[in-house]
Design a protein around this ligand. Structure first.
Ligand code: MN
Length: 417
């Protein structure tokens, strides 16, 4: 495995192999960059100096904006060529940067000096419901313990159109939402949610879209996907339970969704591919393929104001997913719906087969029956004001591992302004 001229310890989330993309602010200026070890390589500055040598670009500037969207639009061949160029530019044996201290100073910025921004302009947000363990748990709690999956579930990846405008970057506070709560047999009231939850998900970022009316084939679906981020889908369960019939999630879901700032590319994820479950019944031909997941360990952690450090409360893995990203893309466009560069496709809560591998508080506490015990002596069923949650993702296979970093947010109190 090629290594960088920079000293990056084994197990670091951002070795030369990873090269995730993000947008950052440094000295009041917003730039596009790629993470390498504890540094970010400033691609906006690199491009301005005319040092990005990539044939498919033919001199076009793609890193001069405030987001990665211009790069997303270039397509798979260009993403691959830029990745190859960057590996060459940063590798110990081929780097043009290694012996140029002045250029290093201009282009490599310590991550501790920067503020991460939203990496993309989000065009649209769709959230699926593709973990069979999650759908089964929720079905048992809300509907029918003996028959938890609805009849459509094994035939199509169930999803809903979410709210693009409410997706925010890690670190942004999420305010406890007000909404309609129906408690017992009483009339509904308008009040802050009492059941503030989050869902651990992956968010896939669409690179190139399709024309309205032209579905994307299952066989080329992943060519349209640029990469993935960690995603926390904040959920007000009491608002959700009252409002969701018959059209699905609305205000219980669209008051904030947190994504991690670094986008790990599909090319970097390729070696972590693992076969998914055999689907029974066999999906219709437009969805039929071998399910391909990735071995990504997901760690969900909580910290209350009384705690000095985060405490892990669940550990799950993306490899458990029933419907994969290609099937989600093919299904989303099967009616001709047009995906666009910068669309985010949430996988849905990622839960595993054991009680400690659930990706949401409502499942971890089984609807409140088993509160989570914290090292501070406190207990939680749902989130209190000023609690923080974060999820960390690490893809691993044999000796190779890469990280996503964190998606993290703190609950702000419900103040109407
Ligand atoms: Mn969700």
């Amino acid at each position: 495995m090629q290594s960088s001229f920079l000293d990056i310890p084994v197990g670091h989330p951002f070795p030369l192999y990873n090269l995730p993309y993000g947008v950052f602010e440094y000295n009041g200026k917003t730039s596009v960059g790629v993470a390498i070890g504890d540094y970010v390589l400033d691609l906006t500055a690199l491009e301005a100096k005319g040092l990005i040598k990539v044939k498919t670009l033919k001199g076009r500037e793609i890193f001069s904006g405030q987001s990665l969207n211009a790069f997303l639009k270039t397509g798979k061949a260009c993403w691959s060529e830029v990745r190859e160029f960057l590996r060459h530019f940063l590798a110990a044996d081929t780097s043009d940067l290694r012996d140029n201290a002045q250029l290093q100073k201009e282009l490599l910025i310590p991550q501790s000096f920067i503020t991460m921004k939203m990496p993309i302009e989000v065009s649209g947000y769709t959230d699926f419901y593709s973990s069979i363990e999650h759908a089964t748990n929720i079905g048992k709690m809300f509907r029918d313990a003996n028959n938890p999956l609805l009849p459509n579930w094994r035939h199509l990846p169930v999803g809903y159109d979410g709210r693009a405008s409410a997706i925010v970057v890690s670190g942004t506070k999420i305010k406890r939402p007000h909404g309609q709560l129906k408690i017992g047999d009483n009339d509904p009231i308008y009040a802050p949610t009492r059941q503030f939850d989050t869902e651990v998900e992956l968010g896939f970022i669409i690179g190139t879209g399709n024309d309205l009316g032209s579905p994307i084939s299952i066989h080329s679906a992943t060519d349209h996907v640029f990469g993935a981020v960690m995603l926390l889908d904040w959920s007000a369960r009491d608002i959700q339970r009252w409002e969701y019939v018959p059209l699905g999630p609305f205000l219980g879901k669209n008051f904030g969704t947190t994504i991690s700032p670094w986008i790990v590319t599909m090319e970097a994820l390729a070696p972590f591919s693992v076969p998914g479950p055999v689907q029974d019944p066999r999906p219709l031909p437009y969805l039929l393929k071998d399910v391909e997941n990735f071995n990504i360990n997901l760690h969900l952690e909580i910290k209350t104001p009384k705690m000095d450090a985060y405490q892990e409360i669940a550990r799950t893995n993306y490899k458990h997913m029933y419907w994969d990203i290609a099937q989600q893309v093919a299904h989303h466009t099967a009616n001709g719906c047009n995906l666009q560069p910068g669309d985010v496709l949430g996988t849905g809560t990622i839960s595993g087969p054991t009680p400690d591998s659930c990706g949401s508080l409502i499942e971890l506490t089984w609807g409140g029956a088993n509160p989570i015990k914290l090292i501070s002596g406190e207990e939680r069923v749902f989130l209190s004001d000023h609690d923080s949650m974060r999820v960390k993702g690490i893809a691993s296979m044999g000796n190779l591992s890469i990280g996503f970093g964190y998606a993290e947010a703190t609950v702000a109190s419900a103040v109407l302004t």
